[in-house]
Design a protein around this ligand. Structure first.
Ligand code: FAD
Length: 376
């Protein structure tokens, strides 16, 4: 089987590729109202079964293995269409272990598509100290600033990393705390957009009072929970990166074989061939790392270091491959509206989201030298 996929996964792959051709491409061409198009994608995805693959069984989902999700995410990215973001249904994310009131008021509405959360991790350089919360009876009083919360202007709540202390100031550890966006004391300081098209806010918490049951898990578990969630997202970003490479390589291949004004297709020139070879070699290695890491993750073993390695390599490869594609296609690739122009903007953010490449390198070596983790 290609890429050593099982027969079952190979069938899923074929049906995902059909879904792109039969559902996504015609909808893209229709240029219809965005809300209607989104609903149509979701409905078609429910019928095809893709919608449920990111959802736990207890919520009516049919969860896929990490390898299957990775393969599908790569296929969606390789389609280079914004509409693929509507294919998977909402997942539980960091709330996956929520119980009791937290489950009833946040996790369940998220899974029904009635509420949406954002993730507040990155601190502000201007704040006097990282976001902190003081326990007062049954409540926690939160202060601080988060500088880069994607979708924070429309989210119903933010799951934020907070340093918790007791009423006497004793440090109790970190916690992931659910904070309603409209709670008194939550202030959106700044709204901004990044070059790939994402919308974000900088957010301040001024004596925001939340009940203690808003803590996801226990106090002291905040950082591991945040990083556990980030691990899954890092693999997702890696799959997006290699999917982008696949789309770009295909595009460049057609370009190299098309007529060129010089009278000779560019693909006939040795220097061009060498550049294109490097793009393919790097993508091959990145995909090998991606699929190996997904398979390892499915065994349930600790793959923090392997996921870091895959994320750094896949996203840096994608940066070089998309840059190379722009170079080989030439000036037309930078014309606004050209698919490579938008891909070039999108790929840049991947080396920063879910951990900047250099910080991940440092974490990887820490994992090796101090904890003895990480395969080669
Ligand atoms: C599109 C996008 C969406 C995002 N969405 C979210 C979100 O939803 N929630 C959220 O919490 N955050 C979000 N972020 C923020 C993102 O997580 C951070 O940008 C990223 O972690 C880097 O942190 P920073 O920007 O503060 O840069 P810094 O931490 O200041 O780092 C800048 C650079 O300095 C160098 N550097 C920093 N520290 C070290 C070190 N110790 N050793 C060596 N080099 C170092 C690295 O080269 C690094 O790239 C988003 C970012 C982007 C681009």
């Amino acid at each position: 089987m290609p890429d050593q996929l099982s027969a079952d996964l190979f069938d899923v792959k074929a049906s995902a590729e059909r879904f792109i051709e039969e559902v996504i491409r015609p909808l893209e061409a229709s240029g219809g109202d965005p809300a209607t198009v989104r609903r149509t994608v979701q409905q078609a995805s429910q019928e095809a079964g893709f919608f449920y693959k990111t959802q736990p069984e207890e919520f009516g989902g049919r969860p896929a293995s990490i390898l299957e999700l990775t393969m599908l995410r790569e296929i969606w990215a390789a389609a280079n269409s914004a509409l693929t973001s509507h294919i998977f249904g909402p997942g539980p994310g960091i709330l996956h272990t929520a119980e009791g009131e937290l489950r009833k008021h946040y996790l369940e509405p998220v899974m029904r598509g009635e509420k949406r959360g954002a993730f507040g991790f990155t601190e502000s350089d201007q704040a006097p100290r990282p976001t902190w919360g003081r326990v007062e009876g049954e409540n926690i009083i939160i202060n601080g600033q988060k500088s880069y919360v994607t979708g924070g202007d429309t989210a119903d709540f933010v799951s934020a990393l907070v340093n918790i202390e007791a009423a006497d100031g004793a440090k109790l550890g970190t916690a992931m705390v659910v904070i309603d966006r409209t709670a008194p004391g939550v202030v959106i300081d700044r709204q901004f957009a990044s070059m790939e098209g994402g919308g974000h806010v900088a957010m301040a918490f001024n004596d925001v009072c939340v009940p203690a049951w808003h803590v996801i898990g226990k106090i002291g578990e905040g950082m591991p929970r945040a990083l556990g969630n980030i691990g899954n997202v890092r693999l997702m970003v890696s799959a997006q990166a290699t999917g982008m490479c696949l789309w770009a390589l295909d595009f460049v291949e057609n370009h190299l074989q098309a007529p060129h004004r010089s009278g000779t297709p560019l693909g006939a020139r040795e220097g061009v061939r060498l550049r294109y070879a490097d793009m393919r070699i790097e993508t091959y290695v990145a995909r090998s790392a991606l699929y190996r890491t997904a398979r390892l993750a499915d065994t349930g073993e600790n793959v923090v270091n392997e996921t870091i390695a895959a994320k750094v390599f896949c996203t840096e490869t994608a940066g070089r491959v998309i840059d190379g594609a722009v170079q080989l296609v030439g000036g037309q690739a930078l014309v606004k509206g050209h698919p490579l122009e938008s891909l070039y903007r999108q790929v840049r953010s991947l080396r920063l989201v879910e951990g900047a490449s250099d910080l991940l390198r440092i974490n990887l070596v820490k994992g090796r030298l101090e904890l003895g983790k990480g395969r080669l």
